[in-house]
Design a protein around this ligand. Sequence first.
Ligand SMILES: Cc1cc2nc3c(=O)[nH]c(=O)nc-3n(C[C@H](O)[C@H](O)[C@H](O)COP(=O)(O)OP(=O)(O)OC[C@H]3O[C@@H](n4cnc5c(N)ncnc54)[C@H](O)[C@@H]3O)c2cc1C
Length: 416
Amino acid sequence: MNRKLRIGVIGGGIGGAALTASLQQRGMEAHLFERTAAYKEVGAGVQMTPNAVKILKALGLGDELQRLGYLPQAIVGRNWRTGREKFRTPLSDACPQLFGAEFYHLHRADLLAMLVGLVDPRHITHNARCMAVLNQDEAAVARFDDGQEFEADVIVGADGVHSVVRDALFGGDAPRFTGHICWRASIPLGERPDFISPVSAVWLGPNGHVVTYAISGGRLLNIVAVSEAADWQESSWHLPSNRDELMRTFSGWHPELLRILSCAQNVLKWGLFDRDPMRHWSRGRITLLGDAAHPMLPFLAQGAAMAMEDGYVLACVLAANAGDIPEALRLYEAERLPRTSRVQLTARERGKIYHLPTPWQQFRRDFSYKLKAMMNPNASGLEANWVFSYDATAFRPPDGAATRGEPSEETRPIPG
Ligand SMILES: Cc1cc2nc3c(=O)[nH]c(=O)nc-3n(C[C@H](O)[C@H](O)[C@H](O)COP(=O)(O)OP(=O)(O)OC[C@H]3O[C@@H](n4cnc5c(N)ncnc54)[C@H](O)[C@@H]3O)c2cc1C
């Protein structure tokens, strides 16, 4: 094939933007279609683990990361009631040494702006809501709500958990409510320097957990609070909430945490939905990426990282197999499906471990953390972390796809 490959990307979130930037970097003609009129990310944080940081650096965003990111020294696990420290995982020293990249906290809006900033603006269309996609003999077509069509060699559905592209390819299997509600909030740290800690915290309680960490160069404290709930009756999957509701949900937790929650601003709540891992993501010349392919619980902080890894690898296989799209998509699935499925299922398990309901179960969990630390006092606990050690930028098709296996067992909680 001697003409440029033409790719249509549906959905301009973190995954779609990372893919489009990666494709354009490799000289392919990629166009991004986003349903919203303008970008409006929620004021929340996102943890960029070393596997994600490697991609941002490969895309040329290393300086931006340094400027906008926050480098946490460590993450500590604390008991919901006593406040006692249950584990401490070093991050800023351990991650570069073990995985060749840092662990950053970022504002979501900054991350999205960094990725979108790499995309040629002439190849972004806003107000473009995709309604349908279809395969033809030598092309794939996306149809939009204004009647316009876009024909391409490949169409990628990066349109999130409620993906239209996924439904068109595989039928409407609605994502299911996972029994978790997640609050996101932030606290401007300007007048509250005592809240700034280079250490992130995860408070582990019965039927819930709360994570706090600094973002925006230490100017904001990000709060992610998760509680279990029988149902999500709302028609929207996220809603404005307020400090009182948040405080009520976590009443009885440690006073230090309640002091933080009592200052929370911009409180939103989400019903968390996911699906079981899929067996395939592609049909003909159309495939999926990110939450459209594998919506997951946020307890491993990997949804955005997986979407970026997908995008990087997909650009790589398309560049190497421009003349054989089915083979490119087969290689993409072979590389990405096993990993993302494992991360999806591990995130579910992580939730169960974080939310153990009885004091006896919590005691056994906390004791096992202690025991591991005592048996190997010089280890960081991250040594065998298979999530962080993956390097999408080292992927080389086709051999890499065929031979890559999943690394060894996870040994210690990954900061969530
Ligand atoms: C509470 C919470 C905390 C999280 N924390 C982390 C974290 O710390 N680290 C991490 O890596 N991940 C985290 N995640 C996960 C992460 O936010 C998602 O996995 C990630 O945003 C997925 O990116 P995406 O591009 O696949 O989908 P999305 O971000 O959902 O983007 C989809 C885009 O497609 C657009 N779109 C939708 N439908 C259409 C259509 N029909 N036509 C055109 N455009 C359309 C949407 O407007 C949107 O812009 C968290 C998630 C939650 C809920």
